[in-house]
Design a protein around this ligand. Structure first.
Ligand SMILES: Cc1ncc(COP(=O)(O)O)c(C=O)c1O
Length: 453
């Protein structure tokens, strides 16, 4: 009964929100402790539903509080309430995003969001689709690039592979991983080195392409990253687009992390040239603050997705034009309704609200970076280009500091490595974080470093 669902959900949500306020970080528990604390086993007999709600409450209490003010670990965090409500509604509605017959108005919502994103990028005649994550969006781009480079592959498969992909050594690991999945081979991804700020070196990119062509190989895919995972650096898309155009190579922009910065005109210069790309990945579940997963793959040219991913299925596509049946453009059959939460958040905030959100996030990152820069006990690695604040405590192990903070339930934050140097990477993606939260973060890092002496 719906009233039961609401009562059960309210009970769980209230206890989680209370815990989030009172203990914003999560005390570490080992797998053994969790097994002892929570009856995880599925048995042959069922379990009483009321007791199960209590069990779910314990599970929620023992889950990392990514919307709490102690979470600096990954590229998402915080919560937009209306997006959460819309996502819960999506679960209640439980439609599948393949046909207009089933998904109806949600197909139109997806078109609205995709068109909106395309217009920000400058894909005037673009299109796109929601996917199960940025890694998958990147993979879809690689598949389209591969099939465009050799029109027979879709039908007959890859012959002896001569395809080569190019990406910076700071790009997301999905680029190399995807090459292993789609038959290119991981060894055929050229990891181009980066300059001191983490941007792909263009001289090396072009020279490597020329060498590969001279060796009889076939460059087919360049990945430019707008907002790298570790440093938050932006590749020079305009210059990379020149190279892609010169050699006739598919250009993909991985904006999974930094793509949302395009929502504020102050940062749009970082995307110059993106309108010339063939495809663009944009994750709304990162800076746009909606619940995971909300990723899109966008293409400059309409029809590209259908060209590479449509497959006849009389039992499914029975009514309406293909344009209204997104299943004809997707790598999936059943597809979750990820758009409703994005639409609700964007409708609520408007373009202006999102531009303000991006500014707010930037000001948090700059506050933290400045505080670290001013502190003689800490060393800022570089000025953040987006929301990644990278720094270390000289002579101290960043890994040990992060582990200590996690194991003691103080803060969740991760570490990264750049040009052989290890450092702490704090992500400022929750606009609700206050300056005192950021001050607390710095104090705790320093305290941990002292204890680890
Ligand atoms: C630059 C970049 N691309 C792609 C991804 C993958 O996105 P997802 O986690 O949605 O698969 C990430 C994730 O952090 C990323 O930082």
């Amino acid at each position: 009964m719906v009233s039961d669902i609401i009562a059960q959900f309210n009970e769980l949500a209230e206890s989680l929100l209370k815990a989030e306020k009172e203990t914003p970080a999560l005390s570490y528990r080992s797998p053994e402790e969790l097994h002892n604390l929570i009856d995880l086993k599925i048995n042959s007999e069922g379990f009483d539903e009321n007791n199960l709600v209590q069990l779910l409450k314990t599970i929620a209490e023992n889950t990392t509080k990514t919307s709490g003010h102690r979470f600096f670990n990954q590229l998402f965090g915080g919560r937009i309430d209306i997006a959460v409500v819309a996502d819960m509604l999506a679960s209640l509605l439980n439609i599948s995003m393949y046909t207009y017959k089933v998904a109806g108005v949600h197909v139109l919502l997806e078109q609205e969001i995709v068109n909106k994103m395309c217009s920000f990028i400058g894909f005037e005649k673009g299109e796109g689709i929601f996917t199960p994550g940025g890694s998958l969006s990147n993979m879809i781009a690689m598949i389209m690039a591969r099939n465009e480079a050799d029109q027979s592959i879709k039908q007959t498969g890859i012959p002896v592979n001569k395809f080569i992909a190019y990406t910076s050594c700071q790009s997301h690991y999905s680029v190399t991983k995807n090459a292993g999945i789609v038959g290119i081979g991981r060894q055929n991804v050229r990891q181009i080195t980066v300059d001191y700020s983490g941007k792909m070196r263009l001289d090396e990119l072009e020279e490597t392409i020329q060498n590969d062509i001279a060796a009889g190989l076939k460059p087919f895919f360049i990945n430019a990253t707008t907002g790298t995972t570790v440093l938050g650096a932006f590749d020079d898309v305009e210059k990379i687009a020149d190279i892609a155009e010169k050699y006739g190579i598919w250009l993909h922009v991985d904006g999974a992390w930094g793509g949302s910065m395009i929502l504020n005109e102050k940062y749009q210069h970082l995307f110059k040239g993106a309108e010339r790309a063939d495809s663009f990945t944009w994750d709304a579940h990162k800076m746009m603050g909606v619940p995971l997963i909300a990723s899109t793959i966008l293409t400059r040219e309409k029809g590209m997705l259908k060209k590479h991913f449509s497959e006849p299925a009389d039992y499914l596509f029975q009514a309406d034009d293909d344009f209204l049946n997104p299943g004809t453009r997707s790598i999936q059959c059943g597809r979750r309704n990820d758009v409703l939460k994005v639409w609700a958040a964007w409708k609520c905030l408007g373009d202006e609200g999102y531009a303000t959100r991006i500014d707010k996030l930037r000001s948090k990152a700059l506050y933290l970076a400045d505080k670290i820069y001013q502190d003689s006990e800490l060393q800022l690695l570089c000025q953040p280009e987006s929301l990644n604040v990278c720094f270390d405590v000289p002579e101290k192990s960043s890994q040990q500091i992060c582990d200590y903070l996690d194991r003691n339930g103080i803060i969740k934050v991760g570490y990264g490595v750049f040009k052989g140097k290890s450092f702490i990477r704090a992500i400022c993606v929750n606009p609700e974080m206050t300056e005192s939260d950021l001050d607390f973060f710095v104090e705790q890092v320093k305290a941990a470093a002292t204890i680890l002496d």
